[in-house]
Design a protein around this ligand. Structure first.
Ligand SMILES: [Cu+2]
Length: 70
């Protein structure tokens, strides 16, 4: 299972790392890769994860959740 999240506000590798870390802290998230250039994060899930938790993680990292694109 995979979700793609559009995120605004990331500008460098440091930002990507923050988003990745917050997303990967959620139970059920196997791995997450964030791209500042593409303004998105791709999240691999091992089970169903509440969308609200993914949203909250992006905000917690300090960036703007825009929408799920996948
Ligand atoms: Cu940055």
């Amino acid at each position: 299972m995979q979700r793609t999240i559009e995120i605004h506000g990331m500008s460098c590798g440091h930002c990507e790392g923050r988003v990745k870390k917050e997303l990967e802290a959620i139970p059920g998230v196997e791995s997450a890769e964030a791209s500042a250039e593409d303004e998105k994060a791709v999240v691999k899930l091992s089970k169903d994860v509440d969308e609200e938790k993914l949203k909250a993680a992006v905000k917690e990292a300090g960036y703007e959740f825009v929408k799920f694109t996948e």
